[in-house]
Ligand binder design. Structure first.
Ligand SMILES: [Zn+2]
Length: 224
């Protein structure tokens, strides 16, 4: 069960196309995985449509709403649209014999991943070309994997694609959308047997108290 969702305000901004392109990718990928947010978004889209068309009640024909909703969830922002032919999308991302199914929004990034790097502490990372000053990557923690304490200086998000990631007594599970507060410090660990695959997006590089500047900041792993 998914316990962490975008806020109502984030969903509204997403429906309006007013979120930043980078955040739109995260929200869209979460919506792919979360029925509850899909319903919320559909309601917001209907209200928005009613407003746009100066109607008091959402009385647009259902098929119009459906196609509008489909348009929003598949490509809310220009950023989530892909110029790649569909054959260059991949439903899965692979690591060391393992295969993880990706939410629809992230499939176009599977083949743009830059190759996995082993970081430390049973943790792997592959940066993706996000075409932005923001940095994005997939991170995989084996069971027992952990990331040393680090601090966030800009906006940052995690989307749990598979497995579980723990922070103290909090456990983030598959589908959880984790908005990280600016200046928050984190020391996540993975206690799950199957490990944890996380999609991370950072507005600014994270800062490690231990001087491991390259760790987690995916631009340091980009070789193309
Ligand atoms: Zn949700």
């Amino acid at each position: 069960m998914i316990n962490f969702h975008p806020t109502g305000e984030q969903l509204t901004l997403f429906a309006e196309g007013a979120l930043s392109p980078e955040e739109s990718v995260l929200v869209s990928a979460h919506v792919d995985m979360c029925e509850w947010c899909r319903d919320e978004l559909q309601q917001k889209t209907e209200l928005l449509a009613a407003k746009v068309f100066h109607l008091n009640e959402p009385v647009l024909r259902q098929h119009k709403l459906d196609s509008m909703f489909e348009g929003i969830t598949s490509s809310s922002a220009y950023f989530t649209q892909s110029s790649l032919p569909y054959s260059q999308h991949s439903q899965y991302i692979h690591l060391d014999g393992m295969r993880f199914q990706l939410p629809r929004t992230l499939r176009k990034y599977a083949l743009k991943a830059g190759g996995w790097s082993y970081l430390a502490g049973k943790t792997w990372q592959t940066a993706i070309d996000f075409n932005s000053s923001w940095q994005a990557s997939f991170m995989y923690l084996e069971k027992g994997g952990h990331i040393p304490e680090h601090q966030y200086v800009g906006k940052a998000y995690w989307l749990i694609i598979d497995g579980e990631l723990s922070e103290g007594r909090k456990v983030h599970k598959k589908g959880d959308f984790v908005a990280i507060k600016e200046e928050a410090s984190k020391t996540p660990v993975c206690n799950a047997e199957q490990g944890c695959l996380v999609f991370t997006v950072l507005e600014k590089p994270v800062v490690f108290s231990t001087g491991l500047t390259n760790l987690l900041n995916p631009s340091s792993h980009l070789y193309f």
